[in-house]
Design a protein around this ligand. Structure first.
Ligand code: NI
Length: 158
């Protein structure tokens, strides 16, 4: 396992759309191991592959204390409710703002071995899943609020 460098706001890679995972091989396992170590070291609650510079649809979310869900090629099947709460991002250190997200989300996805599964999450878990899926599509939480857009403007980045 190794810690990888985090791609930060302003780097155009963060705005690219990630491609589906096709090879559920050793490299993918290594990627997940490294993502987890990087996320833990930075005290994050979630991380996506693009944040370590890999444009593949892979992400990790902490679903309980010390319990992590590895996700490949997620599809959102259902969302319910709304919930506004504070969000941050490893790629945007030091900035936090309230973002509205679904209270509940149900996804279909694949694990690191290519096995399909469904997962339901509520509250911060749903928030985290939505935030990380956004990363796979080049979307950042600062895009959603005035405070976030002002922050980008102040920093002179997209
Ligand atoms: Ni993030």
């Amino acid at each position: 396992m190794a810690t990888r460098n985090i791609v930060e706001l302003g780097n155009p890679t963060l705005r690219k759309k990630s491609k589906p995972v096709v090879d559920f091989d050793e490299n993918l396992g290594q990627l997940f191991d490294d993502m987890l170590q990087t996320m833990k070291e930075k005290n994050g609650m979630g991380i996506s592959a693009v944040q370590v510079g890999v444009l593949r649809r892979a992400l990790i979310v902490e679903i309980d204390q010390g319990k992590y869900l590895e996700v490949c090629n997620p599809t959102i099947l259902e969302t319910k409710g709304k919930c506004k709460n504070q969000e941050g991002c490893l790629s945007i250190p030091g900035f936090y703002t309230d973002v509205e997200r679904p209270y509940y989300v149900k996804i279909e996805a694949y694990d690191r071995h290519g096995k399909k599964f469904e997962f339901e999450g509520e509250d911060y878990v749903a928030r985290c899943i939505c935030h990380e899926i956004d990363h796979l599509n080049g979307i950042l939480f600062v895009d959603y609020t005035k405070a976030g857009r002002d922050y980008k403007k102040k920093k002179g980045v997209e």
